[in-house]
Design a protein around this ligand. Structure first.
Ligand SMILES: [Zn+2]
Length: 107
């Protein structure tokens, strides 16, 4: 697996588990979060730009479906800003996910 994908996968997993812990108050991922994590992972793995992946904010594919996009948006909004303090380096990746706050546009 490409290191970049590996890294993004790690961040997404971390964010989703923090979210579930705080918002759903579950120690283990609940079913909903588990589903979201699987989904995010699949999207990452099927990203056509694997080797030369642009940051998602400049990617014009917007591969998440509406339903999962809303969920991941919620996750990013909730745990993202806090992670900037607790996981400084990793949190930088959060910024790349800002794509989800934007409407589709050409990079
Ligand atoms: Zn959950």
């Amino acid at each position: 697996m490409h290191p970049r994908i590996e890294r993004e996968k790690k961040i997404v997993n971390l964010m989703i588990s923090n979210f579930c812990l705080d918002v759903h108050e579950k120690k283990e991922l609940c079913e909903e979060c588990n589903e979201l994590r699987d989904y995010a992972e699949k999207r990452l793995l099927s990203c056509p730009f694997i080797k030369n992946k642009p940051v998602c904010s400049s990617c014009n594919i917007h591969c998440y479906n509406k339903h999962q996009q809303d969920k991941i948006k919620d996750v990013m909004r909730t745990v993202g800003p806090r992670m900037i303090y607790s996981h400084t380096k990793d949190a930088l990746w959060y910024l790349f996910y800002k794509f989800i706050h934007k409407n589709q546009r050409i990079a």
